[in-house]
Design a protein around this ligand. Structure first.
Ligand code: NDP
Length: 291
């Protein structure tokens, strides 16, 4: 048996097209263009790539994009000041501060300063609490994207056992909340979990969000399970060159056992930016009382 490959690239393209239509509709009917502000502090190469990709995708769907690139030695006070300015601007519907921030800046303080109504990354404690309470919230983009892929693969997930490996605030915990809200039975595993392979073997849905290349092996997967690989790891290349990207799941092994699986790249990754755009639309409408 070979698993069906879940095509995150195609699903993300469909979602971006739907967002572009919504932008047109908001302009026509409500006379405004949603805007997303992205703040980057420092020159981290991966962050620069992400911020560039977000800027391009925002413009492509017809939204306004406001980029703020600040030097690595920007003070926390200055960054807080910028966040406050963006909070008060009417043309900014979403604010994203790219992580990681330099060490001299308290990231929690910065994230907590973002207006929760504009918190399109869903990292503010208020949005995390609303999600946990089963109420309307802005939800982190990567788990939302993973959830969309799960729903399109498995239309009836109530009662299924989902095992999430990883408990970060960005991926693992919100993923667990979304699956719980969808009536799955949810197990969250982490670095102190004992007997991880046996736990993963019970899963109808496996979500891997660990950050360890190919840690989850094919013989950990229950035959027919749906495997969502959030991990993005770059293997070291020969002679110091850039190696290939792999997930947290040993794809070639798992593909022989699973019912459906996301590839890396081309699975969850492309969904993250598409869901950021969708979150910006959600924030723009909610701020204006539109359904
Ligand atoms: P974190 O490092 O914040 O969290 C990793 C989690 O994995 C922790 O909960 C940790 O447990 C757990 N873990 C580590 N080692 C083991 C182990 N041996 N066995 C079981 N659990 C373990 O990572 P993120 O959640 O931010 O990211 C996870 C992965 O997803 C990374 O590869 C990252 O690059 C990728 N990612 C992809 C995105 C996308 O757009 N597709 C977006 C965000 C992340 P503990 O809590 O006990 O330390």
């Amino acid at each position: 048996m070979t698993a069906k490959r879940i095509d995150g690239k195609a699903t993300a393209a469909d979602l971006r097209a739907a967002v572009a239509l919504e932008v047109d509709e908001l302009e026509e009917k409500h006379r405004f263009t949603p805007g997303l502000a992205v703040v980057l502090v420092g020159e981290d190469p991966a962050s620069q790539v992400y911020v560039g990709a977000k800027h391009k995708a925002t413009l492509e769907v017809g939204m306004k994009s406001f980029e703020h690139r600040l030097p690595a030695d920007t003070s926390e006070a200055k960054l807080l000041d910028l966040v406050q300015q963006l909070n008060s601007r009417d043309d900014v519907d979403g604010i994203l501060v790219q992580l990681p921030l330099p060490k001299h800046v308290d990231a929690t303080r910065i994230l907590d300063a973002i207006d929760p109504k504009k918190d399109v990354d869903g990292f503010h404690a208020l949005n995390a609490g609303l999600l946990a309470a089963g109420r309307a919230a802005l939800v982190p983009c990567t788990p939302v994207g993973a959830m969309r892929l799960i729903r399109q693969t498995l239309p009836h997930i109530a009662g299924l056992h989902a095992v999430i490996v990883g408990r970060s605030n960005i991926v693992g915990k919100p993923m667990a909340q979304l699956l719980l809200a969808a009536d799955c039975t949810v197990t969250i595993a982490h670095s102190k979990t004992r007997g991880l392979p046996a736990i993963v073997r019970q899963a109808d849905i496996v979500v891997a969000a660990v950050g360890r290349p190919e840690m989850i092996r094919g013989d950990w997967i229950k035959p027919g399970a749906t495997v969502i690989d959030v991990g993005i790891n770059r293997l070291p290349g020969a002679d110091g060159s850039k190696g290939r990207l792999v997930g947290d799941v040993a794809f070639a092994e798992a593909e022989k056992v699973a019912g459906a699986i996301t590839p890396v790249p081309g699975g969850v990754g492309p969904m993250t930016i598409a869901c950021l755009l969708a979150n910006t639309i959600q924030a723009a409408k909610a701020r204006r009382g539109l359904s």
